[in-house]
Design a protein. Structure first.
Length: 257
């Protein structure tokens, strides 16, 4: 299980400070949420963690190793997975194919290696069986059996969000970054998602970072919460501490009201 730390992370775009001196520690197997108004720097923090942006200063530490400077694929190999605010799936591929692509860092023969098998005893064939068994468990876990062979393009938005979550789980992450996973979901889907996130923490022994606008979900499942505005930290604390902080009410919760 992984302890995850962000230390004094900062980045500017065109001279404008997008994130300024943000620090937090996520204990192993915790659910840690980042909240703030639109444009406050939440997704930018994720982009620095996952290697898409290189910060001007600061560190991203996983079990004592600084990940800054690593490419996104090397960070994925450290078993840091993420979902995106805008769904990033292969729409003209099936649910199963999308989930299998989440296994790419674990494949010795390559994503498409199984397409060139010479007999069932080949290494590629044996490897694909192992990966498919793992993916089948994810299909069962997220109740995706009824859509497993459908093209993603034909699925409702809420189901696509679940497929993207499943693909992230296929990486077997130590750290899972969820970026607005409930966006576009109805009330029932959100209630199910809340249970799944808790189950992921327990069943997969995963440290979870969550960006989410649904305050009921955030307050209901988070161990700790970081509130930011204009790229700067307002408070980091328990849900009870955060929701009564006057700057949070002014900057974010008041927006909901």
């Amino acid at each position: 299980m992984a302890e995850f730390k962000v230390e004094n992370l900062s980045i500017s775009f065109g001279g404008l400070k997008a994130v300024s001196d943000v620090s937090f520690t996520v204990p192993s197997n915790a659910i840690f949420s980042i909240i703030g108004p639109n444009g406050s720097g939440k997704t930018t923090i994720y982009n620095m963690i996952s290697g898409i942006y290189k910060p001007d200063s600061g560190k991203v530490m996983l079990d004592g190793e600084n990940l800054i400077g690593l490419s996104p694929d090397r960070i994925a190999k450290k078993r840091i997975a993420r979902t995106f605010q805008n769904i990033e799936l292969f729409k003209n591929a099936s649910v199963m194919d999308n989930l299998m692509l989440g296994r790419h860092i674990h494949m010795k023969t390559g994503v498409w290696g199984g397409a060139f098998m010479w007999g069932k005893r080949s290494r590629a064939a044996k490897e694909e069986i192992v990966h498919r068994e793992i993916v089948e468990k994810i299909v069962d876990f997220l109740d995706l059996q009824s859509v497993r062979d459908q093209f993603v393009a034909n699925l409702p938005y809420g189901t696509r969000k679940l497929v993207e979550l499943g693909r992230a789980l296929a990486l077997e992450p130590q750290v899972l970054l969820l970026d607005e996973p409930s966006a576009g979901m109805n009330t029932e889907e959100k209630d199910n998602l809340r249970i799944w996130i808790k189950d992921i923490r327990e069943d997969y022994q995963t440290t979870i970072l969550l960006i989410e606008h649904d305050m009921n979900m955030v307050m209901g499942i988070s161990d700790r919460i970081l509130a930011i505005n204009h790229g700067e930290m307002i408070i980091e604390g328990t849900p009870q501490e955060v929701q009564v902080h006057p700057e949070v009410i002014k900057a974010y919760l008041g927006e909901e009201q």
